[in-house]
Ligand binder design. Structure first.
Ligand code: SF4
Length: 233
């Protein structure tokens, strides 16, 4: 698949009058903000409780997610669900999404091999993430892996150095002003976003790729336990 240097971006596909995540999801099904929609099966939008206390942001849908149209339903999603449970986070109060909402892959024979999204895809898709956050009110945002960290926190953020550390949200974001004001009614009234915290950790797929999966998994659970404690505080 050829690398693209620019893309129009998702903004023009986002209906300004969309009040709910469901309305955003319906609009995202027709997004052509970058070239990834051409080869993927469908847009994989976020899912979960709109009033979720914890919002997880991953990289992009994988092969299984692309087929089912749902995020985190493949092997990495199973690791994440187990880690959420083990960390003591209520799975009924989470929302799961990705920085990039179409599956980027390379065909090798009949196999579709995951390809990390480029900066152009992350930038093109960011308006969906901003639109989701405008309709969510998390207490903790969990960023999963380097791609999601780049999308939300900028290219200088290093997950390896800052994982497990609670940071202020949205002040820690790249362009925090994108996340600071949120709509509060259908008449267009906006207010300051409620204060929240952000924590970065590894992507659950990194557990599956690790030489020592047990150690990697324990590290993921330890980071999520920090998020769980922040909820309880
Ligand atoms: S990856 Fe994002 S910006 Fe690109 S087409 Fe899909 S939804 Fe639109």
């Amino acid at each position: 698949m050829a690398e693209t240097e620019s893309a129009p971006g998702a903004q023009e596909f986002i209906p300004p009058q969309a009040d709910t995540i469901d309305q955003l999801r319906a609009a995202a099904a027709g997004c052509q903000g970058c070239e990834l929609y051409r080869n993927a099966s469908q847009t994989v939008f976020g899912r979960g409780d709109e009033r979720a206390r914890v919002v997880f942001v991953g990289e992009q849908p994988g092969d299984m997610e692309d087929q089912k149209g749902l995020p985190f339903v493949g092997p990495a999603g199973r690791v994440l669900r187990r880690a959420v449970d083990d960390a003591g986070i209520d799975p009924g109060h989470i929302y799961l999404t990705n920085a990039v909402k179409h599956f980027r892959f390379e065909l090798r024979g009949k196999r579709r091999i995951h390809q990390t999204p480029d900066r152009v895809h992350i930038t093109a898709c960011r308006p969906w993430l901003v639109a989701e956050f405008a309709r969510l009110r998390p207490e903790v945002v969990v960023v999963l892996g380097a791609t999601a960290a780049k999308a939300l926190l900028g290219p200088a953020f290093r997950v390896t150095k800052q994982r497990g550390e609670l940071l202020p949200w949205p002040d820690a974001a790249q362009r925090p002003q994108d996340f600071k004001r949120v709509p509060v009614d259908q008449a267009g009234k906006v207010a300051d976003a409620p204060e929240a915290q952000l924590l970065a950790t590894i992507h659950p797929s990194a557990v599956l790729r690790a030489d020592n999966q047990d150690v990697a998994y324990e590290g993921l659970v330890a980071d999520l336990t920090v998020a769980a404690r922040a909820l309880a505080a």
